[in-house]
Ligand binder design. Structure first.
Ligand SMILES: Nc1ncnc2c1ncn2[C@@H]1O[C@H](COP(=O)(O)OP(=O)(O)O)[C@@H](O)[C@H]1O
Ligand SMILES: O=C(O)C1=C[C@@H](OP(=O)(O)O)[C@@H](O)[C@H](O)C1
Length: 153
């Protein structure tokens, strides 16, 4: 979405305009996509939880699922990827550890559900998420005033 709007890659935009300009744009697009009655899956950028306004917006308007991954797992998945601007540093694993320490509490704050993604296959994770969403929307304990379990790990 954001790349369509800016007409270049996010990495290039970061280099030309800086992170704050990117965050402004991200906030604007997030608000547009989450306002209204549309349904769908929104896969946010990893840093979208940094601004409190985004966390509040997401939590109020969406069912938010935090796909939790440890820095070592993210490093394994992304070590050859050159499109993640924050990871183009000498020690990307250390950067991932720092980002995790700073962001894990923010993701938890924004999320309705936390799903640990370390071990299960993607298919298993999808099933877990679907079950959580079904549980959250079905009548039952939550209809009697109890919140659905915040973790699915
Ligand atoms: N649960 C998972 N198990 C194994 N690999 C994964 C899993 N989730 C994502 N990946 C891989 O990690 C990389 C980054 O995933 P991606 O969905 O692009 O993350 P994001 O949207 O958070 O940037 C991709 O190569 C993807 O296939
Ligand atoms: O973690 C971050 O701060 C960012 C993650 C990126 O999205 P992905 O989570 O898809 O990599 C993208 O929004 C931008 O490069 C900043």
């Amino acid at each position: 979405m954001i790349e369509q709007r800016i007409g270049c890659s996010i990495r290039t935009f970061f280099e030309r305009e800086g992170e704050e300009r990117f965050r402004d744009l991200e906030q604007q697009v997030l608000a547009e996509l989450t306002t209204g009655s549309g349904r769908g899956v929104l896969s946010t950028g990893g840093g979208s939880v940094l601004r409190e306004a985004n966390r509040v917006q997401l939590k109020q308007h969406c069912q938010v699922i935090y796909l939790r991954a440890l820095p070592e797992d993210v490093y394994r998945r992304l070590r050859h990827d050159r499109n993640r601007p924050l990871l183009q540093v000498d020690d990307p694993l250390q950067r991932l550890k720092d980002l995790f320490a700073a962001r894990d509490p923010l993701y938890r704050d924004a999320a309705h559900y936390v799903v640990d993604t370390g071990r299960p296959s993607v298919a298993t994770l999808v099933n877990m998420i679907m079950m959580q969403l079904d549980l959250g929307s079905s009548p039952g304990p939550s209809a009697a005033g109890e919140a659905p379990s915040p973790t699915a790990s």
